[in-house]
Design a protein around this ligand. Structure first.
Ligand SMILES: Nc1nc2c(ncn2[C@@H]2O[C@H](COP(=O)(O)OP(=O)(O)OP(=O)(O)O)[C@@H](O)[C@H]2O)c(=O)[nH]1
Ligand SMILES: [Mg+2]
Length: 348
């Protein structure tokens, strides 16, 4: 199942177990159909059984759906697993899911015991006491779940925020220092509309666009800007970019701002570049010098000095200059990749 489907099917854990208890009580109170019994005790017994049936169904249905639709971390693609690990404590989540499950069993036991007591009650008072006891015991179980329901809920919310990456589709990751024009590149090459602003740290999560050329479809992934700190010191936001490169990228589109209007000198941008190249030595990297509409000859010479000459693509993402050059590079890389994986399949 892909991430979109998993998200659609997710049933949210309610944050406050008191609300769940109220729903069960409400279900119990629903006006019962007229009793078929004429004797008062039998009529009350029948109503009481129906009351706890409805209350139990509400609790069981909700808890079961929460447990069944909350994804198993182990079954997720490593990108999603690692992105979740940035924000939540997975061990706590797992413990909570299994506690929800064991509470379902306890609630089931309370329900069956209560039914038995109601069926064998010898008078009205005993019947009503059995009902009160049922709700009292249920309340105590739910009370112990308050923290867990909250934790599962916050995990689910983190899950709903995951980027809708299609892990089956080939992907190129757009990376670089902050404010160099990465999101503008994504806007220029796809129909995605990421936020663009003249300030650094605008993009704070992974953003997907689909690049299409003929029958070729490639996912382009815009990422938060990277600083020149070592990989192990990256903050939570930057790490998303690293994870996208690690788990998805067949190509890294490294965007450079030769004008330095981004606020980060070329030397800084080169440090970021070197870290990426050394960390992802098996991944192809294309160097894209952006903002050529703004750049002087000196800017371009400097960029060449820092990043080496022949294989740089020069564009203006904002003014849409030379975009076809970058598009051709992307097309070439992914057509070659498709061919080589076809060959591998035929060979195997
Ligand atoms: N003149 C000019 N400005 C550009 C070009 N590309 C981007 N910009 C401007 O540069 C600024 C930053 O652009 P973004 O696309 O938001 O940069 P980013 O790299 O995604 O920034 P972060 O998400 O903060 O890392 C914006 O003001 C853009 O309009 C370009 O080709 N020419
Ligand atoms: Mg951006």
């Amino acid at each position: 199942m892909n991430i979109e489907q998993l998200k659609r099917e997710l049933v949210l854990a309610i944050p406050d177990s008191g609300v769940l208890f109220e729903r069960a009580v409400e279900a119990c109170k629903k006006r019962p159909p007229p009793s078929r019994y004429r004797r008062k005790l039998e009529a009350i017994r029948e109503d009481t059984l129906k009351c706890i049936d409805r209350a139990y169904k509400v609790l069981e249905n909700h808890l079961r759906k929460v447990v069944e639709t909350s994804p198993f971390i182990e079954n997720l693609h490593p990108l999603f697993r690692d992105l979740l690990l940035l924000n939540i404590n997975v061990d706590e989540y797992k413990v909570c899911l299994s506690r929800l499950n064991s509470s379902r069993r306890i609630i089931g036991k309370i329900y069956h015991e209560s039914r038995k007591r109601i069926k064998t009650a010898s008078g009205i008072r005993e019947t009503l006491t059995a009902r009160r006891t049922f709700f009292g015991r249920i309340f105590s179980v739910l009370e112990t779940l308050t923290e867990c329901l909250k934790k599962v809920r916050s995990f689910q919310e983190a899950f709903l925020r995951l980027p809708e990456v299609d892990t089956e589709l080939p992907a190129a990751v757009i990376a670089g220092a902050p404010n160099v024009g990465k999101s503008t590149v994504l806007r220029a090459l796809t129909r995605a509309k990421p936020k663009v602003s003249p300030y650094p740290f605008t993009t704070r999560e992974l953003i997907i666009g689909i690049f299409e050329r003929g029958d070729l479809r490639v996912q382009l992934i815009d990422t938060p800007g990277l600083l020149d700190t070592p990989l192990e010191d990256k903050n939570r936001i930057e790490r998303q970019a690293i994870l996208a490169m690690r788990h998805l990228a067949s190509l890294i589109i490294f965007v450079i701002d030769p004008t330095e209007t981004c606020g980060f000198p070329l030397e800084f941008q080169k440090t970021v570049f070197d870290q990426i190249v050394s960390s992802f030595s098996d991944t192809q990297v294309v160097k894209v010098v952006n903002k050529i509409d703004l750049a002087t000859q000196e800017h371009l010479d400097n960029a060449r000095k820092f990043f080496g000459g022949s294989d740089i693509v020069y564009i203006s993402a904002d003014k849409k200059l030379n975009l076809n050059l970058l598009e051709s590079v992307i097309e070439k890389v992914f057509r070659e990749e498709a061919q080589s994986s076809q060959k591998k399949e035929l060979g195997s």
